[in-house]
Design a protein around this ligand. Sequence first.
Ligand code: TPP
Length: 352
Amino acid sequence: MVADDPAVAVAEPKAPASSLSPEIQIDLYRQMVRIRRFEEKSAQAFMRAAIKGFCHLYIGQEAVAVGALSVLEARDAVITAYRDHGVALARGTPARACMAELFGKQTGCSHGMGGSMHLFDRAHHFYGGHAIVGSHTAVAAGLAFAQQYENTGGVTLCLLGEGAVNQGVFSETLNLVSLWKLPIVFLIENNDYAMGTSVSRSSAGLPLVNRGSAFDMAGRTANGMDIEDVRAKVAEAINLARTEHLPTLLEVNTYRYRGHSMSDPDTYRTKEEIEEHKKSDPILLYRRKLEGRQVLSDALAKQIDADARAEAQDALTFAEQSPEPDLDFAFSLRFSAEDQIDPIPRPRYSDI
Ligand SMILES: Cc1ncc(C[n+]2csc(CCOP(=O)(O)OP(=O)(O)O)c2C)c(N)n1
């Protein structure tokens, strides 16, 4: 069985029934497959140097973004680090706009100015894509502060890698969000490795979820290979943030199959270790579960896979055929005297 390939699965004989509707279950599955196929297409494009710069793939972690974002409302804010393709797709940024950004094209969701690590989509309240490890956690607190100050009823979901928890800014941020009772959820995507350093070599006081207790924050853990577990735990935390303005620190255990980035030779772990983790592939496990519940047929699974491949190919063609940002446009992105970015035309998603 090839764990990377959700088209190959064996039904789980006695999968427990779910409180989720069949439509939601299918949609969760579909979103994970979309991300996997998009990332595979990105990897191919990077290998032939069509995508330049950095490229950090989300393969293996799909259940985290899809499960977590599936419980958010449109008014909520989402922010993450540089491993952001799957998060943007799960938030609703069109695959075309994401792929074009990876290609640095003007039709990209950041107009080609950000690239893979800086996807941004204000229309969907997706505030990046940030390359400086841990830095965006403070920005997340600012988003939640604005939501509270303006009484929008929205909450902020901030995803971060486990490598970010030892950055000073993260501790300072936890202190303030707890003190000010901001409507925010911090979700640590613990995929074991920060570049080539395992969490056990970098961090004292495991599990990392304990870090919140110093600031009197609620703490929860979830299995990042089980999309329904992620969804349930995030739903509780989001509810706490929305109704009681109490922040939560969530630790979600997951695993990335590919190197840290496309340039990583991946020599700090064994092939056997990776293969072992692929046995609990989130897409494969969920497909088995849905087949056991008779929610997903073989034909539908194949159709979902074919659609996801077609979408990824379409995004690639769109990106290849899109124009480079022109120089006038690039130089129009400057800070004004008021420190506001000059207004720029947003991508018209209806057109792409
Ligand atoms: C402040 C800072 N220090 C170092 C780096 C270099 N760096 C880039 S990614 C990374 C590892 C981060 O790992 P983690 O937060 O666990 O995210 P993951 O790659 O696992 O998604 C490091 C140290 C950086 N970008 N920013």
